[in-house]
Design a protein around this ligand. Structure first.
Ligand SMILES: [Zn+2]
Length: 376
């Protein structure tokens, strides 16, 4: 089993699938799944290749979700081993996507084969929702597959996303939710002029600074048992002509909320607007909504995952909602229970990304254990 997970991970790493390219990864997965009884549906939307594979027609539906695309390697000469040639070294497997998340994809395949071989008459269905657009703009990936499934009322009961959730040891952390994300882009209008004649100008930096100070100091919520308090961060602020004697004519800034289930995007927008409106300046603000928070706080999927991790590793797992967004945000609104479990995330997106080879084998056993608990 362990050799097979390793070999499949290597084959996937060697396919240079920089987002939104799939580079034949889904073909490899389809060829593995079809003989196990899966119906394979390729869903291509513009530049993005997606795969929906399903074995069984009845519920409950257990779905593995993940992505075949990877982030760019960065300068290849800075890597110890070539980023798109999987290389084993001292118990680790190196290559772009080793941890995020080609190792998980390989473990899903091997776990599924082991499970359906032992339980050809298992209950319900097993499915795979795989995209090549998770690391990119996430327009034509999971969200569109979900739209397609929803349109034909095809639902999943449980979804396991293979994102690298573990912190130091495999299975030590499982993500059972994610914070929401909301971005604001603001432009403040002033009047350009000479610094020596401020009465003839309107300085957008001076006008907006007190409003930013209030936004930064605002307490948005207290969080709750599953989520830390909502955070507000200014990520960009630009103004000025470069000259020391010119009052700038405008200012632009960008900020982002990572928010808990205690507030909604609408409430945050209202509160920001009411703070800005207290100050006397002209502005325009545009909002980008990146995803609702979601939470699977309990239920069969959480229990099965915790139980399988304990069986294979002896470890008690920690449920966490920390970290960035994931495709789970598109799946959870359908009503599915969603959790994320994958390898240690210490090197993801970095030079020399790698994964522990033994962890991959354990991950496959954990995935199989989850199937066993839910569908045997
Ligand atoms: Zn990922």
């Amino acid at each position: 089993m362990s050799c097979e997970v390793l070999a499949l991970t290597e084959e996937l790493i060697n396919r240079q699938s920089v987002t939104p390219e799939d580079a034949g990864c889904q073909q490899l997965m389809a060829e593995y799944l079809a003989p196990l009884g899966f119906d394979i549906e390729s869903m291509v939307f513009d530049d993005t290749t997606n795969m929906w594979a399903r074995k069984g027609a009845s519920g409950p539906v257990f779905c593995f979700a993940g992505h075949t695309d990877v982030v760019p390697s960065g300068p290849a000469e800075k890597w110890t081993f070539p980023p798109f040639t999987a290389t084993q070294h001292e118990g680790q497997l190196y290559g772009r996507g080793a941890a995020d998340m080609k190792g998980s994809l390989a473990a899903m395949l091997v776990a599924t084969k082991a499970f359906v071989t032992k339980h050809p008459e298992h209950t319900g269905s097993i499915a795979f929702l795989i995209t090549s657009d998770e690391e990119g703009p996430f327009i034509n990936g999971t969200t569109r597959v979900i739209d397609t499934l929803e349109a034909r009322n095809e639902k999943m009961t449980w979804c396991l996303v293979g994102e690298p959730s573990s912190t130091t040891l495999i299975g030590d952390v499982v993500k059972n939710g994610r914070r929401g994300s909301l971005t604001g882009d603001i432009t403040v209008k002033g009047v350009q002029g000479h610094v020596a004649y401020p009465h003839l100008a309107k300085n957008p930096i001076h006008l907006s600074a007190p409003a930013f100070a209030e936004l930064v100091q605002t307490h948005w919520d207290n969080g709750n048992a599953s989520f830390p308090p909502t955070s507000f961060q200014v990520s960009n602020i630009n103004s000025g002509t470069g000259a020391g004697n010119v009052i700038p004519g405008d200012l632009s800034a960008c900020f982002n909320f990572r928010f808990s289930t205690e507030v909604t995007d609408k409430q945050l927008i209202e509160r920001v607007t009411s703070i800005l409106d207290k100050y006397d300046f002209d502005y325009h603000i545009g909002w980008t909504f990146n995803g609702q928070p979601f939470l699977t706080d309990s239920g069969k999927l959480v229990e099965a995952t915790q139980g399988a991790i304990k069986d294979v590793t002896g470890r008690e797992t920690e449920l966490s909602t920390a970290g960035g967004t994931s495709d789970g945000r598109f799946i959870a609104p359908t009503g599915a229970q969603v959790i994320e479990l994958g390898p240690v995330n210490a090197t993801i997106h970095k030079i020399d990304e790698n994964v522990n080879i033994k962890d991959l084998a354990e991950l496959a056993k954990i995935y199989e254990g989850i199937l066993q608990r839910l569908l045997a």
